[in-house]
Design a protein around this ligand. Structure first.
Ligand code: BGC
Length: 449
């Protein structure tokens, strides 16, 4: 039996959520419409036609949710702000005070309970009014984002010390505008790639603004990552896997850390007919030092080259890995490899694992949720994480996704990622076995394998 122990001073553990996934109250206190309201109400977009109107009702039940976190003993809670609660139309005009008040209540409650708030400014709920004007394809959205971010920085200066600009820019651009399964649901590689660039400019200018106004605290962003291990030593397998990983890692991190796009990905996009428009000053704006990097990691696999019409040119090779209930293979080695690749490319940038978790749809039986699959997943990934720490990766914190079951985007309420179960009819919260396991692991600062 081995004991896995985490370094002293690491922020540990944490839990994460996002506004549209948990808050509900979409029509309350002056909140504007977001692209996810529109998308989820468009027939055929979300499983069962589910939407976030009620979700976990955390807008009203946030105190109960903070109590759950307090008992869990976490150091940090990562949540996101719904931009349309602050600026109902995205920009200009009046600030919606009631929206700000909600986040003050939440943040104050966290601080009272000794939990550090980590705030994501954008976790996908773009104000619909901005989308109607072209969304992230329109550079005015960049200005609107910086304006909203500035307001939030000033408003919460001294209370929130950890900020993330964007959650998963790959999802905001490619998943939502090329693969088309998330809002706004476009299927256009040129558009998606251009959006990925605008997102990076928005990120960089926001960091610049943060420094200019002298906010106390740290700022970073949270790209999602994945790992594909080449099936063979054939060069085409190695290259195809490398491009897939690079689409998530280098495409979004090289501009931030090095001020340039990676050539192997630029060549690839060009081959697929994409022409990226970069304006003067963009790359300098993007290339702002960040204080930390958020990493989201869920899954990976073994893959080989396969000719394809679209951007992707690989296929998974079935290796009979266990899969979580959403069908994602469990591949903790990928977590280690992602972290090492980042260290090798970008040095010792402080890293917070801003999301890592699994979908298991276990239901309560006599008040108990026996989600042993999730505990096993967490054990495997924390083991991989401690291996990365032992290999010199500068890990500052670990935050699991998610505190509670919630609106899982295109999957609606059918896929559960929480360590707390939510009954969507009664909104009752039930702590799962994984909650108790996580609690004990945090208290000990170690776990047994
Ligand atoms: C997102 C979360 C989502 C989770 C599980 C991440 O891509 O940031 O919002 O619920 O993965 O799919």
């Amino acid at each position: 039996m081995a004991i896995i122990q985490f370094p002293k001073g690491m922020k540990w553990g944490g839990t994460a959520t996002a506004s549209y996934q948990i808050e509900g109250a979409t029509n309350e206190d002056g909140r504007g419409i977001s692209i996810w309201d529109t998308f989820s109400k468009t027939p055929g977009r979300v499983v069962n036609g589910d939407n976030g109107d009620i979700a976990c009702d955390s807008y009203h039940r946030y105190e109960e949710d903070v109590e759950l976190m307090k008992e869990l003993g976490i150091d940090v809670y990562r949540f996101s702000v719904a931009w349309p609660r602050i600026f109902p139309n995205g920009t200009g005009g009046e600030v919606n005070q009631k929206g700000l008040d909600y986040y003050h209540r939440l943040v104050d409650k966290l601080l009272e309970n000794g939990i550090e708030p980590m705030c994501t400014l954008y976790h996908w709920d773009l104000p619909q009014a901005l989308q109607d004007n072209g969304g992230w394809n329109n550079r005015e959205t960049i200005d609107a984002f910086v304006n909203y971010a500035e307001l939030m920085f000033k408003e919460f200066d001294g209370k929130i010390k950890h900020w993330l600009t964007l959650n998963e820019p790959w999802c905001i651009s490619f998943l939502s505008n090329y693969i088309g399964v998330h809002a706004p649901g476009n299927r256009d590689l040129q558009l998606a790639t251009q959006i990925s660039h605008h997102l990076l400019v928005a990120h960089g200018r926001t960091v610049k603004k943060f420094r200019e106004i002298g906010i106390e605290g740290q700022i970073g962003f949270a790209p999602n990552t994945t790992w594909l291990e080449p099936y063979s030593t054939r060069q085409e397998d190695i290259d195809a896997c490398n491009r897939e990983i690079g689409w998530y890692i280098e495409w979004f991190m090289d501009p931030v850390f090095k001020g340039t796009y990676p050539k192997f990905m630029l060549d690839w996009f060009k081959k697929k007919g994409v022409e990226l428009e970069i304006q003067d000053g963009d790359m300098e704006d993007i290339h702002q030092p960040v204080d930390f990097l958020g990493i989201n990691y869920y899954t990976g696999h073994i893959a080989r080259y396969k000719e394809n019409e679209g951007l992707l040119d690989w296929e998974l090779v079935e290796m009979n890995y266990d899969r979580t209930d959403i069908g994602w293979p469990i591949f903790p080695e990928g977590f280690y490899n992602v972290l090492m690749r980042i260290k090798d490319s970008y040095g010792d940038i402080p890293i917070y694992i801003t999301e890592n978790g699994s979908c298991y749809n276990d239901e309560p039986e006599n008040g108990r949720v026996r989600d042993s699959g999730r505990i096993h997943y967490l054990q495997q990934h924390l083991t991989a994480l401690s291996r990365a720490i032992a290999s010199g990766v500068n890990v500052k914190g670990y935050i699991t996704w998610s505190l509670m079951d919630n609106f899982e985007w295109a999957e609606g309420y059918t896929m559960r990622f929480g360590i707390v179960h939510v009954n969507y009819r009664t909104l009752e919260r039930t702590k799962k076995d994984s909650y108790y396991w996580y609690k004990q692991t945090i208290a000990n600062n170690w776990f047994e394998k």
